[in-house]
Structures are given as structure tokens and as C-alpha cells.
Design a protein around this ligand. Structure first.
Ligand SMILES: Cc1cc2nc3c(=O)[nH]c(=O)nc-3n(C[C@H](O)[C@H](O)[C@H](O)COP(=O)(O)OP(=O)(O)OC[C@H]3O[C@@H](n4cnc5c(N)ncnc54)[C@H](O)[C@@H]3O)c2cc1C
Length: 274
């Protein structure tokens, strides 16, 4: 972290850290913030960070801008926190409260070039005494990820509400498998219970960088599309010729996905066999 630019690192001495006790972490960080008084706190929009950030913001009685897709520091040191909203992009500055707190997902910014010669000051901090958390993580059971990881995939097939049903979703899964692609989703597909939250692409999900993105039965809402902004070639399959998604992709296919995908898979298999 020093080589990435940090001058001071505060390391909270927390023996059970690998189990991530949210309440203890949020109290430790907010107590430290009250002492050090940072103007800005940035937290990774990871599964843990998404839980931690609102707790820290609430304890510090300040605002939080979650899932920013850009951050701009103005000349007077105000952080503009850009998010997609109201059909466009808006900057939130939280003018009355400090610190400003924002979360940013992995992949939004490029990885900085490390300065191998840079060092800094490490300050060890004890966690506050007498915290008796109401919620404790007792054990973490890790599962092996299935298929191609979304963030590293060269091809991504993402499905949306237009899948219509679990059976319709299965067709989208089959398409992803045929193309050896990672499977992504929109918020409604997750809400329907067709697929896990980890596959959601977009502002509050993952940022992906594939060579080829195929969006099936999704409308191209900005909260989803920010997650695929760096895809090289984008294709959309949607049965509504007026869908806004067609203005945002390189190739559009106006078809009912339930009818089109089985034929598409058959053609792909024939092509791959040859
Ligand atoms: C703060 C915030 C954060 C959010 N973060 C995210 C995020 O990270 N990721 C995300 O995805 N969403 C996110 N959302 C939700 C987002 O705003 C949209 O609601 C969502 O992306 C829409 O998903 P969809 O395109 O699948 O559904 P819809 O908008 O309902 O679109 C469904 C599309 O399917 C088409 N269709 C229907 N039937 C068929 C068929 N048989 N064949 C082909 N096409 C068909 C329709 O024409 C329509 O265009 C967020 C929202 C908010 C407010």
C-alpha cells in the first residue's frame, strides 16, 4: 500500500480479523476516524466493504455514496462522488458533513503503477476495549467458484428479466456454457432467485472487461451498463426493437430469446464441431 501511494498506514491490532467481525471493525475504524479526522474515507465495494461502509458512516453521523463509478478531487479538496442516477450521472458531495465516505468496486479504476522506492509510516492501533458485538462471525465456509470468473472472462453472457422464468434462465446458462463464457446477470434476475448475487454486473455488482459481451433480455439500464463499459464488442438480444439497449451496443438482435437461443446454440455447436 505504501508503494501504491499511502504515506501512513494505521493497522488495527485485531486478533480475529480473518473472521471479519463487522461490528468490531466498524467501531474500531470510526473511533480511529474520530481521532485522526480524515476528510475522506474510501472503502472497497466488496462484500465486506458494503457491510462495513454504512456502519462506519452511521457511527460518524456522515453520508455515504455507495458504488461510485468515478471520483474527482476538486481544487478545494471536495470529493465529487459520481454515480448513475435519474437516467444520467450525478456527483454527490455531501456538503455539510465530514468525512466524505465513498465505496468503489474493483475494476472501476486501473491498478496504479507501484513506486518500488516509496515507503511510509506504519502506526499500530489497538482495537477499542470492551466491545461486545451483537453479531459474531463464528466460522467462514468457503465454496469453490464455479465456471469462468466474471472479472477475468474473455466472453460474458448476461441475462436479465426478459428470461421470464427459471426455464428461460436455463437457456441463457446453456448459451454461456456453449461459448465457454462467464455468466452474468442483472438485478431482476438475482431478485427472481434465478442466479446468485455474485454474478450481478453493474454499479452495485461487478465490473467486467470482456472481449465479447452478449446481453440477453435486458433493457440496458445505466446501473447495469456501467459494469460493461470497457467491453470490446457488445451484442444485445431483445424482443423490443425500441429497447434503449440497442443504442448502446455494437450489434442488436431483435428476437424473443426463448425462441432464438436454442437455434443460436444449435448453430454454434455445428460451427464449433467443424
Ligand atoms: C442504486 C441502484 C443500483 C443498481 N445497481 C444495479 C446493478 O449493479 N446491476 C443491475 O443489473 N441493476 C442494477 N440496478 C437496477 C437497474 O436500475 C435496472 O432495474 C436493472 O438493470 C434492469 O434489469 P433488466 O434489464 O434485466 O430488466 P428490465 O429493465 O425489466 O428489462 C427487461 C428487458 O427484457 C426484454 N424482454 C422481455 N421479454 C423478452 C424476451 N422474451 N426476449 C428478449 N427480450 C425480452 C424487455 O424488452 C426489456 O428490455 C440498480 C438500481 C439502483 C437504483
Amino acid at each position: 500500500m505504501f508503494q501504491s501511494g499511502a504515506d501512513i498506514i494505521y493497522q488495527i491490532n485485531f486478533p480475529d480479523f480473518d473472521k471479519f467481525q463487522t461490528e468490531i471493525s466498524s467501531i474500531s475504524i470510526s473511533d480511529l476516524a474520530k481521532e485522526v479526522k480524515p476528510q475522506i474515507i474510501l472503502i472497497g465495494s466488496t462484500f465486506l466493504g458494503r457491510e462495513l461502509a454504512p456502519l462506519v458512516a452511521a457511527r460518524l453521523k456522515t453520508g455515504l455514496t455507495a458504488h461510485c463509478i468515478d471520483l474527482v478531487l476538486t481544487e478545494d479538496m471536495i470529493l465529487e462522488q459520481w454515480i448513475p442516477a435519474y437516467g444520467g450521472l450525478i456527483a454527490i458531495t455531501c456538503p455539510e458533513k465530514r468525512p466524505q465516505i465513498a465505496t468503489v468496486a474493483r475494476g472501476v479504476f486501473p491498478i496504479p503503477t507501484l513506486d518500488k522506492n516509496k515507503t511510509g509510516r506504519l502506526v499500530l492501533v489497538d482495537k477499542p476495549e470492551d466491545i461486545n458485538p451483537r453479531v459474531k462471525t463464528l466460522e467462514i465456509i468457503r465454496t469453490d467458484p464455479e465456471g469462468v470468473p466474471l472479472e477475468e472472462a474473455h466472453t460474458v453472457v448476461a441475462g436479465g428479466a426478459g428470461a421470464g422464468s427459471r426455464e428461460g434462465w436455463k437457456q441463457i446458462e446453456d448459451l454461456a456454457q456453449t461459448l465457454n463464457a462467464a455468466l452474468g446477470s442483472t438485478r431482476p434476475a438475482v431478485d427472481e432467485g434465478w442466479i446468485d448475487l455474485e454474478t450481478m454486473i453493474g454499479q452495485s455488482g461487478k465490473m467486467v472487461h470482456p472481449d465479447l459481451y452478449i446481453g440477453v433480455g435486458l433493457s440496458g439500464e445505466q446501473q447495469h451498463m456501467v459494469g460493461i463499459a470497457s467491453a470490446k464488442v457488445m451484442v444485445a438480444i431483445n424482443n423490443d426493437p425500441k429497447s434503449p439497449v440497442f443504442h448502446q451496443v455494437n450489434y442488436g438482435i431483435v428476437e424473443d430469446c426463448g425462441e432464438f437461443i436454442p437455434i443460436f446454440i444449435k448453430k454454434l455447436e455445428e460451427y464449433l464441431d467443424n
